[in-house]
Design a protein around this ligand. Structure first.
Ligand code: SAM
Length: 343
C-alpha cells in the first residue's frame, strides 16, 4: 500500500517534477483541471508565494470538499488570495473559465493529472476496484448517465472486445469479451465480484493478464476494469478535446503540464503538443513527403503557439514507484506557450 505516513488519502504523483516544471515561472494564477484531493494544488500554492488565484476543476464533488480546506490552509494569510472551485468536466474548461470573468482568465500554469484518485478507487460503492465488492458504477461524475453496468450488459460483444483491446490493452480481448457475454446471458453482471469471476474464468493456462511491461503481479481483471473505466468516462475523447483548449487558455509564457497513466493518453498528449509546437503528427504523414513537403512544414512552423519544455516524457523516480505503486505508469509532458516576458 501507499506511504502510510502521508496524511491525505491520495498521494500526488510526480510532485517534485511538477513543481520543477512550474518553478521558473511567476505563477499569478493556476488552473488545476483534475483537482482531486488538492495535493498538487496546495503544494503549488506553497511553492509560489506570488500565486493569487487557483481555479480547480473536477467532475467529482467529493474532490472539492477534500481539496478546499487544504488549499486554503496552504494560502493562509495571503492577501487577495482567491480559490474558485469549478464543478464540471475539463472538456468544458473554456466555458467553465468563462463563468469566472469576461474575458476569461488566462492562467499562467495549468495541470492535468489524469485518471482516478485513490479516494475513488478506495470507495467500494463506486465500483472502480476489483479488490472491493461493489456495484459496477465507475462514473467519476456521479451525475453522468452511463455506468459500467450498462456498458457490460448492453454493449455488443464486438464493442466490448474493442474497448478491452484498445483501452485495456488486453491481448486476450476476444476471449474476455466472449466470456462476459456468456456470463451476462446467465445473469446480468451487476457487481465487481461478478465481473472478476466472469473475467477469471478466461484464465487459460494462467496466460491472462500476464506479459506486457511491468505486468508482474497484475490481476487478470485489471485490464478489463481499466477498459470499462475509460469507456464509461469517455476519457480519451475528453482529453483529446481538452488539450487544445488548455493550450489556448494559457497566458503567454505560461506552461501546461500533463501527467498521463496509459499509453493511449500519452499518445494524445504527445500529438496535441506536436500540433501546438509546429511539428507534424502521424495524421499529417501524407503531407510530409513529396513536392509540397517544405511548404507544409513551413506552414506548421508558422502556426506554432508553444514550445516543448520536455522533449521526452519525464518518468517518476524509482524511489517514487517503490513508495507509490500508482506512479508506476506515469508520464509527464510539459509545454510553454510562446510570448510573455520570457518567463
Ligand atoms: N492531482 C490531484 C491531487 O494531487 O490530489 C489528484 C487528481 S486525481 C489523479 C484525478 C481527478 O481528476 C479525480 O478526482 C477525477 O474525478 C478527476 N477527473 C477525471 N476526469 C476528469 C474530467 N474529464 N474532468 C474533470 N475532472 C476529471
Amino acid at each position: 500500500e501507499e506511504a502510510a505516513a502521508y496524511p491525505y488519502p491520495h498521494v500526488p504523483v510526480m510532485l517534485r517534477e511538477v513543481l520543477d516544471a512550474f518553478a521558473p515561472l511567476a505563477v499569478s494564477s493556476y488552473l488545476d483541471c483534475t483537482l482531486g484531493a488538492g495535493g498538487h494544488a496546495s503544494e503549488m500554492v506553497a511553492a509560489h508565494p506570488e500565486l493569487r488565484t487557483v481555479y480547480g476543476i473536477d467532475v467529482d464533488p467529493t474532490a472539492h470538499a477534500l481539496a478546499e480546506p487544504r488549499i486554503r490552509a496552504a494560502a493562509a494569510g495571503r492577501q487577495g488570495f482567491e480559490l474558485r472551485l469549478l464543478r464540471g468536466n475539463y472538456r468544458d474548461l473554456r466555458p467553465l473559465l468563462a463563468t469566472v470573468s469576461s474575458p476569461p482568465p488566462q492562467p499562467s500554469a495549468i495541470l492535468m493529472d489524469l485518471g482516478v484518485s485513490s479516494m475513488q478507487i478506495d470507495t467500494a460503492e463506486r465500483g472502480f476496484s476489483f479488490m472491493r465488492e461493489g456495484p459496477l458504477d465507475m462514473r467519476m461524475d456521479p451525475s453522468a448517465a452511463l455506468s459500467a453496468e450498462e456498458v457490460l450488459n448492453t454493449w455488443s460483444e464486438a464493442e466490448l472486445g474493442r474497448i478491452i483491446r484498445d483501452y485495456g490493452e488486453e491481448k486476450l480481448w476476444k476471449v474476455v469479451a466472449r466470456r462476459l457475454v456468456q456470463a451476462r446471458e446467465v445473469e446480468p453482471i451487476r457487481t465487481t465480484t461478478q465481473l472478476v469471476r466472469a473475467v477469471g474464468q478466461t484464465q487459460i493456462g494462467g496466460k491472462l493478464g500476464k506479459g506486457g511491461k511491468g505486468a508482474k503481479g497484475v490481476h487478470p481483471a485489471t485490464r478489463t476494469f481499466q477498459a470499462l473505466r475509460i469507456a464509461v468516462n469517455d476519457e480519451l475523447r475528453r482529453l483529446e478535446q481538452a488539450l487544445p483548449d488548455a493550450i489556448a487558455a494559457l497566458a503567454p509564457g505560461g506552461r501546461l503540464a500533463v501527467i498521463s497513466f496509459h499509453s493511449l493518453e500519452d499518445r494524445l498528449v504527445k500529438h496535441a503538443f506536436a500540433r501546438a509546437t509546429g511539428r507534424p503528427t502521424p495524421e499529417d504523414e501524407h503531407r510530409t513527403y513529396g513536392a509540397d513537403k517544405f511548404a507544409f512544414l513551413d506552414e506548421l512552423e508558422a502556426s506554432r503557439v508553444a514550445y516543448l519544455v520536455t522533449r521526452k516524457p519525464v518518468l517518476p523516480s524509482g524511489e517514487e514507484t517503490e513508495r507509490n505503486p500508482r506512479a508506476r505508469s506515469a508520464k509527464l509532458r510539459v509545454l510553454q506557450k510562446l510570448g510573455g516576458s520570457g518567463g
